[in-house]
Design a protein around this ligand. Sequence first.
Ligand SMILES: Nc1ncnc2c1ncn2[C@@H]1O[C@H](COP(=O)(O)OP(=O)(O)OP(=O)(O)O)[C@@H](O)[C@H]1O
Ligand SMILES: [Mg+2]
Length: 230
Amino acid sequence: MVSRVKFGVVGLDAMLSGGVLEKSVCAIVGTYGTGKTMFALQFAYEGLSRGEKVIYISLDEREELLRATIAQKGWDTEGFGDRFYLLRLDPTDFNLAISSIKSELPALIRSTGASRVIIDPISLFEGLFVDEAVRRQEMFRFVEVMRDEACTLVLTSETDAANPDGSRYGLAEYLADTVVLLRYIRSPGLTEVHLALEVVKMRRSAHSREIKPFEIHEDEITVYSEASLF
Ligand SMILES: Nc1ncnc2c1ncn2[C@@H]1O[C@H](COP(=O)(O)OP(=O)(O)OP(=O)(O)O)[C@@H](O)[C@H]1O
Ligand SMILES: [Mg+2]
């Protein structure tokens, strides 16, 4: 039986039949502000709370801002000790970002023994490759290399401007074993915008296909498992 890794968001773990599969690749896809970073941090926190080592690579938010978000959540970062590797990569520095992620990340995973790795968002890394065919090839190769590592990988991805249900370059959902889509729901008659999530795919596992509303709070994400939007 395959082991599962709890994502750390209660309702989502239930939708994933208990969590993502160990050593699999999970993509969190959503447009700006839908909570990708919050989910990614929750995944990191779940691991840290279990005594695991976690590598979090941020390509957009600066390290001090992410640390401020974490402090706001009231998480005991001191207690994480040196098990939390929070790294900011400047996506405008093409060579550095590519060599850090392609060559140095696998070595870092091995030297640290990290069991959870997050890249937030992977779409900024994908965007470094201007040529579509090169991007595709590089991303497939990268995920293949990562599959040899003893870690569970979470990639967040912005959506495609023309298709809010798909990732920016249309690759993440093919590369990942599990895809979670975060969306805004703006229904006629509703006076506020809601957030909803769905598990679009999950290789080698049963999963929920329901669309469930969720809310982001300062200290946690609440998925309303009993509620229905439609
Ligand atoms: N302390 C908080 N309390 C309540 N809601 C919050 C809090 N912090 C963030 N949020 C909500 O979460 C949203 C941001 O979530 P997050 O940064 O994870 O989105 P994202 O998908 O990563 O966005 P981007 O693509 O811009 O990076 C905010 O727009 C806000 O609605
Ligand atoms: Mg973000």
